[in-house]
Design a protein around this ligand. Sequence first.
Ligand code: TXA
Ligand code: MG
Length: 304
Amino acid sequence: MFKKAVDVLTKGGLVVFPTETVYGLGADATNDRAVASIFEKKGRPQFNPLIAHCLDIQMALKYVDMDETAIQLLNTFSPGPLTLVCRRKKNCDISLLASAGLDTLAIRIPNNPIALSLIRDFGRPIVAPSANKSGRISPTTAEHVRADYPEDCPLILDGGTCEVGLESTIILTTTKPMTILRYGGLDVREIEKVTGPLQSLLTNENAPQSPGQLKSHYAPSLPLKMNQQNRVNNWAYLGFGEMDGDLNLSPTGDLKEAAANLFAMMHQLDQPIYEGILVAPIPNEGLGLAINDRLKRASYERGK
Ligand code: TXA
Ligand code: MG
């Protein structure tokens, strides 16, 4: 039944699917380029980490470590509107772009038969942000999604109206106590019956999408300078297009390939044998906006 959608995912394409919260824009979680095209499609000028949608706890445990409390949370509330941010396993082959370069990965088991059948038939996690275009509200019907992509709408699995209509509640499980990252469709008081009191970095319950307050993005430990035309001794050079270097984000100057490679290559060059990392100029258009945003924050934090 889901053959066409599975084909699209296998080829690195995008599929919109319903969950109990909102519609998601899904891609093969293990395919860097497919994950990059999610950001391209949404027109999102930033790389936020994404949620990997799993069939069940067994599937999630292939990719992340969970302590007993985290497993108990999933046993109690999944499938359902709960997302857990957990430490990636050492051999986790989910795209680093989906984690925005972090060593954590958000996982959730959606309570929707279409979503679950799609994940089961595909056989591995599907990463998906809400399917809206950047800056628009999250879609709770297939119609909302079509309205956001009038000309180039991806394949949609229409599951009618999402019954929760609010995004999942997000809990960071790697802190003690665990931390609320986003209030959502599952009441935090229910969660606290399992975990005990949680901490929150949010100032109030109406705070927008949270993780801004948290160090939720990877920054290299070496100083980083963007827009660099020239190489410097002892500094690593991350090239782009004709500006070749120790590594090249995309020798052909393809921004989707560059986005797919960005975090993995920053990690690769972030080694003490170098004094810092220089990055070639990246055109400030399309996915280049998100790449430059990420590079700017990686350098800005050090006052450069
Ligand atoms: O209900 C939902 O959660 C929907 C459906 C489609 O599952 N998805 C959704 O995804 O709302 P998105 O991308 O719009 O929001 C995911 C949130 C973002 O705020 C992101 O920063 C946070 O989850 N997040 C994901 N991975 C994270 C991580 N490793 N650490 C911290 N925050 C993370
Ligand atoms: Mg969203």
